[in-house]
Write a protein that binds this ligand. Structure first.
Ligand SMILES: C[S@@+](CC[C@H](N)C(=O)[O-])C[C@H]1O[C@@H](n2cnc3c(N)ncnc32)[C@H](O)[C@@H]1O
Length: 297
């Protein structure tokens, strides 16, 4: 059998995954800010799938830093519920596909831990990281442990990003994330539709810088809400809301056109009825402009 060669992806958009544009912008902003401030540390991703977010994170790796990704890829999950999750959502995933995608953008692979995320602390030292993306299993017990591990790996100013903290299909992630906020001292800086960004220490300096950056962004909408006595920034890509506005306007135009069309049909029916009524009696009863012209006339 001849194996079909798949072309390597040329852009992030060509890698299958769950990594919206607004989060791509925020990952870039958080990582570049750390670089600007001279914050050193390793990068960790728990759950990489085909590498969409890993490829972006890898762009910010400096010479003396490590990037570790931890994923089961095509291995067995540590428990039945996690295996069911794997079978349902990531059944075609292979480590080879991840590696092919990653090396389409970077010369060197990250350190790959092909194992349950519960083993991450065997590979990453405490306080050694500056950025951790928690996006592996979406079941409460696993996410709770992954967030705890991020607390161990990150110093106070390190950034943790939690995926799917509010999705309808992932209530376990919501429970684990908000528990970390309410009980364990995670300080949320901002949220998007899909991800929550936080630190384990003082969130004020980074949140202040974020608001300054957002104020100058035409493509991003934001607001600040008070949540349990602390400010929390909500960020959204403007393009999607602009598209929604556009669709609403088009629907309104379509409805107006349909109403006009219905009125015109009614008028036409009235004219036809009056014409046939009058024609039935006498064609001369019609106004001159509505009489049928005789070519010989
Ligand atoms: C939502 S995907 C990651 C998406 C990726 N970050 C992106 O942006 O495209 C979740 C990944 O977690 C992995 N995973 C699920 N349970 C895991 C576990 N217990 N340990 C390690 N990886 C796990 C799956 O294999 C899958 O690749």
């Amino acid at each position: 059998m001849i194996r079909e060669e798949t072309k390597p992806p040329a852009s992030l958009d060509q890698i299958k995954g769950w990594f919206p544009k607004v989060d791509q912008l925020l990952f870039t902003w958080f990582l570049e800010r750390q670089e600007r401030l001279g914050q050193h540390g390793d990068l960790v991703e728990l759950g990489s799938y085909l590498g969409k977010s890993a490829v972006l994170m890898g762009r910010h790796l400096r010479g003396d830093e490590n990037f570790t990704v931890c994923d089961l890829f095509d291995s067995e999950a540590p428990d039945d519920s996690n295996q069911a999750e794997m079978n349902g959502s990531y059944s075609t995933l292979t480590r080879q596909a991840f590696e092919a995608n990653y090396t389409a953008f970077h010369d060197r692979l990250p350190e790959i831990v092909q194992a349950p995320t519960s083993q991450i602390l065997e590979h990453v030292d405490p306080d050694s990281c500056r950025f951790v993306h928690v996006d592996a299993s979406h079941l409460y017990e696993h996410v709770h442990a992954d967030i705890d591990a991020s607390h161990v790996m990150l110093p106070d100013d390190g950034v943790v990003v939690c995926d799917d903290y509010r999705s309808e299909h992932t209530p376990g992630v919501s429970a684990a994330v908000w528990e970390a906020v309410a009980v364990d001292g995670l300080r949320p800086i901002c949220v998007t539709t899909q991800k929550l960004y936080g630190v384990w220490g003082d969130m004020e300096p980074v949140q202040k810088d974020l608001l300054e950056w957002l104020a100058g962004r035409e493509d991003l909408w934001h607001e600040v809400q008070q949540v349990a006595g602390r400010p929390l920034v909500r960020v959204k890509g403007k393009s999607s809301s602009a598209k929604k506005d556009e669709v609403a306007k088009l629907k309104e135009r379509l409805a107006r056109t349909e109403r006009k069309l219905a009125d015109t049909r009614d008028e036409l029916r009235c004219v036809r009825e009056s014409v046939s009524f009058r024609v039935g009696r006498s064609v001369t009863a019609l106004p001159r402009s509505m009489r049928r012209r005789n070519p010989g006339e």
